[in-house]
Design a protein around this ligand. Structure first.
Ligand code: S3P
Length: 446
């Protein structure tokens, strides 16, 4: 799909109780990694539950361009990987569209190869900082042949004949940076070490271990994680069932909390503790969320979530919780708009460098819809309006950001006046079924 096509606005209207049982698409982080690690490993990888969103498909195309064979066979994706160390130089630039995760992890994956690789993306991705990945890669011997000003895409990497293993302390809480260095370590002789002072999502560590990588994690008394990976080992294809994405579940979940009388169940949602900050926060706000049928699937905790409409009250969200709910702040800000009192969110620095400047985009969207809020350098406080009387009536600029679009459509379901987003197209990057799923529950969105 071309993102330069005409924008497609959408408007959400105050809706009757949402009811029903749904499944959200597969987790985006695990889906990207399934294509990458499957494409790299020797032998066959079979994946069910994959998120077939545009971002993940770009990662699949990139792996194909470097020698992996990837095919959809009914409900399953079947991959024949190249073998670790055996990726081929792509003949054309790798186009990652809107996908930060796909592009940054792939820079790590191929950066240490003795070949030239060019990365391009859409207007949003081309604005995002890549120095956070390029800096450690440079230390490993990777040459940034060219890049747009400020180490941005489009950019071209050229790997060294032999990369140097490094010890790298990740300077910001970022699973993407951690993962890029670990993936660069896969094609580097010796042991590459990542020091992670603040724990972020650990899908790379867990999945690489599953594929057979020699990877060890130690956590000291202060919470510092030391992750060591030995390069040039063998990875072997796996069978993967991708659980539902908690970051996508967040939208129907908050909608059901806000629309009076709602009672929905979202099946098969990933509950990895590095991803559950939103649920914890909403429960502190008084949300009626029940975790049903807890189970383990492929090494990850999974539950079904029953969600009933609830009267919420404002809370202060501690900054150290941010990494476990980093993608959920837009929809939390919407929940806070309907809560009794003030919700304070702190430690939001990383929101400035997502698919949009999410802090600014959320604050502007709230203000356009009559929500009283204050945007700080790295914080947001929202004064709620229980019942949503007087809220809505505005048009939100989404800045090519899927989560801004979905969050404000959720707002419109409970506000007294409709909420319009300027473009729904980007929703397809992470949650192509969003409109159908929400309208199936009873949401009025057109
Ligand atoms: C992701 C890490 C997070 C998150 C993104 C997915 C990942 O980004 O926002 O949606 O799969 O590793 P950062 O690492 O930049 O925080």
């Amino acid at each position: 799909m071309s993102h330069s096509a005409l924008p497609q606005p959408a408007t959400a209207h105050r809706s009757e109780a949402l009811t029903g049982r749904v499944r959200v698409p597969g987790d985006k982080s695990i889906s990207h990694r399934s294509f990458m690690f499957g494409g790299l490993a020797s032998g066959e990888t079979r994946i069910t539950g994959l998120l077939e969103g545009e971002d993940v498909m770009r990662t699949g195309e990139a792996m194909k361009a470097m020698g992996a064979r990837i095919e959809r066979n009914g409900a399953e994706w079947v991959i024949q990987g190249t073998g670790n160390g055996c990726l081929l130089q792509p003949e054309a630039p790798l186009d990652f569209g809107n996908a930060g995760t796909g592009s940054r992890l792939t820079m790590g994956l191929v950066g240490t190869y003795d070949m030239e690789t060019t990365f391009i993306g859409d207007a949003s991705l081309s604005k995002r900082p890549m120095a956070r990945v390029l800096d450690p890669l440079r230390e490993m011997g990777v040459q940034v042949v060219s890049a747009a000003p400020g180490d941005r895409m489009p950019l071209t990497l050229r790997g060294p004949k032999h990369a140097a293993p490094i010890t790298y302390r990740v300077p910001m809480p970022s699973a993407q940076v951690k993962s890029a260095v670990l993936l660069a370590g896969l094609n580097t002789a010796g042991i590459t070490t990542v020091l992670e002072p603040v724990m972020t999502r650990d899908h790379t560590e867990k999945m690489l271990r599953g594929f057979g990588a020699a990877i060890e994690v130690e956590t000291d008394a202060a919470g510092l994680r030391t992750i060591r990976i030995e390069g040039e080992g063998k990875l072997t294809g796996q069978v993967i069932a991708v659980p539902g994405d908690p970051s996508s579940a967040a939208f129907p979940l908050v909608a059901a909390l806000l629309v009076p009388g709602s009672d929905i169940t979202i099946d098969n949602v990933l509950m990895n503790p590095t991803r559950t900050g939103l649920i914890l926060t909403l429960q502190e706000m008084g949300a009626d969320i029940t975790l049903l049928n807890p189970r383990n699937a492929g090494g990850e905790d999974v539950v079904d979530l029953r969600v009933r409409a609830s009267d919420l009250r404002g809370v202060t969200v501690p900054p150290e919780r941010a990494p476990s709910m980093i993608d959920e702040y837009p929809v939390l800000a919407v929940a806070a708009s309907f809560a009794e009192g003030i919700t304070v969110m702190e430690g939001l620095d990383e929101l400035r460098v997502k698919e949009s400047d999410r802090l600014a985009a959320v604050a502007a969207g709230l203000k356009a819809n009559n929500v009283d809020c204050t945007e700080g350098e790295a914080s947001l406080s929202v004064t709620g309006c229980p019942g949503g009387m007087g809220l809505g009536g505005g048009t939100v600029e989404t800045h090519l950001d899927h989560r801004i679009a979905m969050a404000f459509l959720v707002m419109g379901l409970a506000a007294s006046k409709p909420v319009t987003v300027d473009d729904r197209a980007m929703i397809a990057t992470s949650f192509p079924e969003f409109m159908d799923l929400m309208t199936g529950l009873g949401a009025v969105i057109e």
